[in-house]
Design a binder for this molecule. Sequence first.
Ligand code: PEP
Ligand code: MG
Length: 316
Amino acid sequence: ARADAAARTTGPGATKDGHPVPLLANIGGPKDLPAALENGAEGVGLYRTEFLFLDRADAPGHEEQVAAYRAVLEAFPGRKVVVRTLDSGADKPLAFLPPPGEEPNPALGERGLRMMRRFPEVQDAQLAALAQAERDTDADLHVMAPMVTDPEDADYFAAAAADAGIRTAGIMIEVPAAALRARHLAESAAFFSIGTNDLTQYACAADREVGGLGRFQDPWQPGVLDLVAATADASGAAGRSCGVCGEAAADPVMACVLVGLGIDTLSMGATALPMVRAALARVTRAQCQAAAAAARAARGPSDAVAAARGALPGLA
Ligand code: PEP
Ligand code: MG
């Protein structure tokens, strides 16, 4: 029993003092399921559906979509599976969804939900296929939209999902305005999932596709941590669950900080799951909270990492 908490690399995610932190996998499709299952994922926190739509002249048909979604849901009976609707544009261009015109700054252009609002038939078809896959299985399907900016966007997506028969519809928080106004977005969103890759890009105004901006492409920037904290606080107050599905969740020290900020679930590439599970098992929730406070009090990213590490002696 002592080896338990010392380095728990299997079983459900939890802190040393038993605070549960479900650990979920980021996947790009059914091909990623074996790794998710082998690494003990408790569900899927981000299914990036773009891959199903890549390299083709048209959107996949209803049956093809249902089959892909069903395969993922069937792998996690009774578990949470969060599917993201198509996030096209900017760093994920799709041939059949062209930008509306020339976009000098595609990351600030039409992408994610913005793109879907111009092609509502593509989103409706995807939502209908997801609703069908949900009816065919008993997984706990959650569907979320990327690049939601304001309550009007959130209301639009909630209505579209409800019309399609989706039971649980939420949103990604990856735009700073959305993070700051999460309490208003919670009125129509059933849950939040923070995309720290884009949230960092937009908070620090540093294009994620451009090399050489490394200092700003860092979720340890205390300004990014403040946005995560604002989202987690609003989400908790509204009784919503709030996860993180950006790459930051795969950093064991950052994972502890995120838990300390009030994040409920962490989703990451499957191979990072055992390391994050082991890190959480070595620290208490109170230490995570102290690490989060110390990181937010820092002036810059490297100070924030050092301060968080200092508050997490069990990780050394
Ligand atoms: C993110 O932005 O953090 C995210 C999880 O989505 P993607 O990397 O696919 O944009
Ligand atoms: Mg994103």
